[in-house]
Design a binder for this molecule. Structure first.
Ligand SMILES: [Zn+2]
Ligand SMILES: [Zn+2]
Length: 295
């Protein structure tokens, strides 16, 4: 299984000279399974760049197949979707209908529990006041599947989900492929009682790679604990690298990567956060756009 990071930023894209090292695009991960199936997690602005890459191969010919899983519909996880070039590839017959054999196939998955379906959210952000092409006018063929908590399979790859602690909900993923386990837990907050979230521990149990939301420093998360006078980020639905380390150790995860970087954190700040975290766990890595990990 190959994991590629196309967007590692939380909340809003932050391009600029101060974010070149870690990247400014919002959340998007590409997972290529051992059998060669393409799984995409989230469509933050990073998916636009992934789309450009995919267009060089099957997707440019209308022969691509992708499985896009959404953790949730906050805009930093959906806003790249209208700019994902493969959605526009598919020929039409003289009646204007898409010829299925010439169109990319996108299988989209979202939570069955969310207050608004992922189809509705994508449709909403492509309504005419926001974007000139509607979801129903795309040339790719798109199907929607709603995840109820039952694991699903793509080829031999098993994908399980559990809800995470995040405003309006979020799904965490456990992807099992050819004996390796990838855990994705972005947009999650640790419990107040000092324990680890049992859902995170279940998803990350003996994981080969555990990707975790470490948007804030402990000082930003709960400044009063450090006698610092500034607004707290507690309750915003995000966590810290330190909490990620705690969960990774408890779950016996082999590698930990921190993602969903705070927009206010430039390269210098992320370097220093990573350095601090490495004191607690030398193998920890803060995700960088363009990073690739083979499991
Ligand atoms: Zn987010
Ligand atoms: Zn969110």
């Amino acid at each position: 299984m190959i994991v590629r990071f196309w967007g590692v930023r939380g909340s809003i894209p932050v391009p600029g000279k101060e974010t070149i090292k870690y990247g400014g695009n919002t959340t998007c991960l590409e997972v290529v399974t051992t059998e060669g199936n393409l799984i995409i997690i989230d469509a933050g602005t990073g998916i636009r760049v992934l789309g450009q890459q995919l267009m060089k191969e099957d997707f440019g010919q209308g022969k691509g197949v992708a499985h896009i899983f959404f953790t949730h519909s906050h805009w930093d996880h959906i806003q790249g979707f209208p700019f994902f070039a493969p959605i526009f590839i598919g020929k039409r017959n003289k009646d204007g209908k898409v010829v299925k054999s010439s169109a990319n196939k996108l299988h989209i998955y979202g939570s069955a529990e969310s207050s608004r379906s992922i189809e509705d959210s994508l449709c909403g952000q492509m309504s005419d006041c926001y974007f000139p092409v509607s979801l129903n006018d795309l040339s790719a063929t798109i199907s929607f599947t709603y995840l109820t908590g039952k694991p699903i399979k793509i080829g031999k790859t098993k994908i399980s989900t559990l809800p995470l602690r995040h405003p309006n909900g979020c799904l965490g993923f456990r992807i099992e492929d050819n004996g390796k386990v990838l855990t994705i837990a972005t947009d999650c907050e640790h419990p107040e009682n000092g324990e680890c979230d049992p859902n995170i521990l279940a998803l990350a149990d003996n994981s080969d790679l555990f990707i975790y939301d470490g948007q804030y420093t402990p000082e930003e998360y709960e400044p009063s604990k450090f006698n610092i006078c500034m607004p707290a980020k507690k309750g915003f639905g995000h966590s810290t690298a330190e909490e990620g380390i705690k969960a990774a150790i408890k779950a016996h995860a082999k590698r930990l990567v921190i993602t969903h970087h705070e927009p206010l954190h430039n390269d210098k700040m992320l370097d220093s956060m990573e350095k601090k975290a490495k004191v607690l766990m030398p193998s920890i890595v803060f995700a960088r756009e363009g990073m690739e990990i083979v499991l």
